[in-house]
Design a binder for this molecule. Structure first.
Ligand code: AMP
Ligand code: ZN
Length: 433
């Protein structure tokens, strides 16, 4: 059950004592980096003044903008010669940011990923197909190293080439795959074309899905279509990448490894801490990083801490599913909408297919939201009446969720473009103010 029993089962009190000791060390090391040397001097704080975990709040936040301003070496806390690896974030929301690792950093990251996989039930006898992009993106190498350390045979496929992916699954008896959730749904079309049923004709038993927000409804669809446990994996390049938080088989939130990170949830406007059960911005501090420690990093990801403890016995607290990033929030007709709210509604209808797109336009002064939705072939076969009935139902359910009436267009399966990387769910054609 446990990869690192002692750490995973550490009682809360001991876990917090460990965090404090590691925080002091982290702040001491971080002070070697130009950015933090200045930031700590401005705050008048040193690691010696940290007497309790509450003192964390005396430390400055670090933002994505800080990382950009410090590009490329402003956050480097060791000599360049000690660095063995760099990664860069996808840059979906602006210029890319770079993260450096020493050999020890890579080893610790690897161990965290092994811990995650082991917790989800992956064992040395498994065959692991890594269907994530290798290279600067951390999902490739991060999972690769973690799976290898666990003793699994790794197939480093990378993304794309759907038919070959499926053929390999069959030829090499893949039991565990790492895949972007939207792509896993898209891949079902290729399974269908090839006349292969993933539940019967492959040995798949676990799909590690992450890297983008996805609803419980989407997880349900993946589990049913593939006959697997679809385990939620959360991470971001700034915090290494995968291995930050992972779901245990109890499926009641994602355990964030608190021996390696300090977790805070704050109100993104006031930056005040929020209690368990309230959704806010995830703020993380690295506790075991040498090359590039980050203090109170504002991830912009929104989630809450699940109240209570998990029946698996781990004291490491659990995050809810990620609702999206604060910058994913759309303001339409003055109303705040997260794409994931739309997804939840759509995926609740079994006649709805596996892809959708939200398109925003402006007609004169008025915003318009169109939700374009693929429907299943069996619904199409039933003709216009069935389609109109579904359209009406979807409009009503969406209105209840988002509080205004969107336009809904139903289209044939395969008509909405889908890539192999993180899904694009929103096209905003409104003029920039
Ligand atoms: P990157 O640094 O390019 O790997 O992107 C990391 C971002 O992907 C995170 O900050 C999240 O916004 C998103 N992400 C990663 N894993 C998940 C997940 N399991 N659920 C929702 N969003 C995720
Ligand atoms: Zn658990």
């Amino acid at each position: 059950m446990f990869w690192d029993k002692e750490i995973e089962l550490l009682p809360r009190e001991d876990l917090e004592a460990l965090q404090l000791a590691r925080l002091k060390k982290t702040v001491e090391v971080a002070a070697n980096a130009p950015h933090y040397r200045k930031a700590f001097a401005d705050n008048g704080i040193t690691h010696e003044q940290l007497g309790s975990l509450d003192d964390l709040r005396r430390l400055p936040f670090t933002t994505k903008q800080d990382l950009r301003s410090g590009f490329p070496d402003g956050f480097l806390a060791v000599d360049r010669s000690e660095v063995v690896r760099m990664h860069a974030s996808s840059g979906t929301t602006g210029t890319a940011t770079v993260v450096y690792h020493t050999l020890k950093d890579v080893e610790r990251w690897t161990d965290l990923v092994s811990r995650c996989l082991y917790m989800a039930g992956v064992r040395a006898s498994d065959v692991f197909q890594n269907m994530m992009s290798y290279g600067l993106f951390t999902g490739g190498l991060g999972l690769h190293y973690g799976a290898e350390k666990l003793g699994v045979m790794v197939i480093p496929m990378g993304i794309g080439n759907s038919k070959r992916q499926i053929t390999f699954m069959q030829q090499f008896g893949t039991t565990v795959a790492h895949i972007i959730p939207s792509y896993s749904l898209k891949l079902l079309e290729t399974f269908d074309e090839m006349g292969i049923d993933p539940t019967k004709d492959t040995g798949l038993r676990i799909l590690v899905v992450g890297a983008e927000p996805h609803s419980e409804e989407v997880r349900g669809r993946i589990e049913e279509a593939y006959g697997v446990f679809a385990v939620n994996s959360y991470g971001l390049s700034e915090m290494n990448g995968p291995g930050v938080a992972f779901e245990c088989p109890h499926k009641s939130g994602i355990h964030l490894w608190e021996d390696s990170y300090i977790l805070e949830i704050v109100n993104p406007e006031t930056l005040e801490p929020l209690p368990d059960g309230e959704i806010g911005e995830i703020v993380l501090t690295t506790l075991r990083r040498e090359a590039m420690p980050l203090i109170r990093y504002r991830t912009r990801d929104l989630a809450m801490v699940m109240p209570g403890t998990c029946s698996c016995g781990r004291a490491h607290r659990r995050l809810s599913r990620i609702k999206g990033r604060s910058d994913d929030m759309l303001i339409v007709k003055g109303v705040n909408v997260y794409p994931i709210q739309v997804e939840q509604v759509l995926m609740g209808f079994e006649e709805v297919g596996n892809n959708y797109l939200i398109v925003l336009d402006r007609q004169g002064p008025v915003d318009e939201m169109t939700v374009r939705i693929e429907v299943t072939s069996s619904l199409l076969a039933q003709g216009l009446e069935g389609l109109e009935a579904l359209r009406g139902k979807i409009i009503r359910s969406l209105r209840e969720e988002i509080l205004f009436t969107p336009k809904v267009e139903l289209v044939e399966p395969g008509l909405i473009p889908a890539g192999e990387g993180k899904a694009v769910r929103v096209v905003d054609n409104r003029p920039k103010e």
